[in-house]
Design a protein around this ligand. Structure first.
Ligand SMILES: Nc1ncnc2c1ncn2[C@@H]1O[C@H](COP(=O)(O)OP(=O)(O)O)[C@@H](O)[C@H]1O
Ligand SMILES: CC(C)(COP(=O)(O)O)[C@@H](O)C(=O)NCCC(=O)O
Ligand SMILES: [K+]
Length: 250
């Protein structure tokens, strides 16, 4: 079996594939290395052969996780590395190593799923990112802005009177009418910021490519913007699609 990990700034997304990498055996989201190990230990039968991962965390943090997995399961861990060019996509950053690896893999995955035509990749995690890949594979660059967790936490930390818990936040997002409580006003307001971001990015893609492009939406908060661009493909495992391309096993 193959263990796949996507280590973002807030959460570790994990999944276990069967030995042929043809089916997902188990998957989930955890908030710490410890929770990951605990969660994996209860999968039976578990016979991991190898592990591939992508991380946007520090070298130290990523190294510690790799060491932990190697020790715990006795398997080799392969980490995705930055590249100037891969699978037909050319990294557009002035310094290609500075581009977030999660963005890079989502681009590889998106370009592949789009069959090599132009695509716009939107990722709604701790941060929100947009990346533009033209037909032919040239990465034009992208945008980074705060995601839902950062926006709501900024309001909670930098104002005196915006205070609410996670459960109220979740309830508030069941509708999009103007809020009549603080939690509704903030959660729905931030959600509209994300939705507005989708629209402006799609507008920019249209200016470049007319109607000839595919929009991909991924990341933990993808559901908040689903439906804003009805033509968009919501692909929760887009980073994993790219991870398999960047780190083939065997
Ligand atoms: N099952 C889930 N577990 C944890 N967070 C989730 C889940 N589903 C949606 N989310 C939301 O996803 C966001 C984090 O997205 P994610 O892509 O995991 O971020 P990152 O890659 O930066 O760690 C948070 O706002 C969180 O509330
Ligand atoms: C932009 C990001 C913070 C997004 O991380 P995430 O929200 O997925 O945790 C990450 O891709 C990153 O650290 N990138 C390096 C900076 C850059 O891409 O320019
Ligand atoms: K991410």
């Amino acid at each position: 079996m193959i263990l796949e990990l996507d280590c973002g700034n807030s959460f570790i997304k994990w999944r276990v594939l069967d030995a042929l990498a043809s089916a997902v055996v188990s998957e989930g989201v955890v908030d710490s290395n410890h929770a990951l190990i605990e969660r994996l230990r209860i999968i039976t039968p578990l016979s991991l052969g190898n592990c591939r991962l992508v991380s946007v965390r520090t070298t130290e943090e990523t190294g510690a996780l790799i060491e932990l997995i190697e020790r715990e399961f006795g398997i080799a861990v392969v980490g995705a590395k930055p590249a100037r060019e891969m699978s037909g996509v050319r990294n557009g950053y002035e310094d290609y190593e500075r581009l977030g690896l999660d963005r890079w893999l989502a681009m590889l995955g998106g370009f592949h799923l789009a069959g090599g035509s132009s695509c716009l990749i939107l990722d709604f995690g701790t941060a929100v990112t947009a990346d533009f890949v033209a037909a032919g594979g040239e990465h034009l660059g992208g945008f980074i802005c705060p995601g839902m967790p950062l926006m709501r936490n900024q309001l909670r930390t930098h104002t005196r009177k915006i205070r609410y818990g996670d459960e109220a936040a979740e309830r508030a997002l069941s509708a999009h009418v103007p809020g009549r409580t603080t939690v509704e006003a903030v959660e729905r307001g931030c959600s509209f910021m994300l939705r507005g971001f989708v629209l402006t990015q799609v507008e920019l893609a249209r200016a470049y490519w007319g109607d000839d492009f595919t929009v991909f939406i991924t990341g933990g908060d993808a559901e908040l913007v689903r439906g804003v661009a009805p033509e968009a493909r919501v692909v929760p495992d887009l980073v994993f699609v790219g991870l398999a391309m960047a780190c083939p096993l065997s």
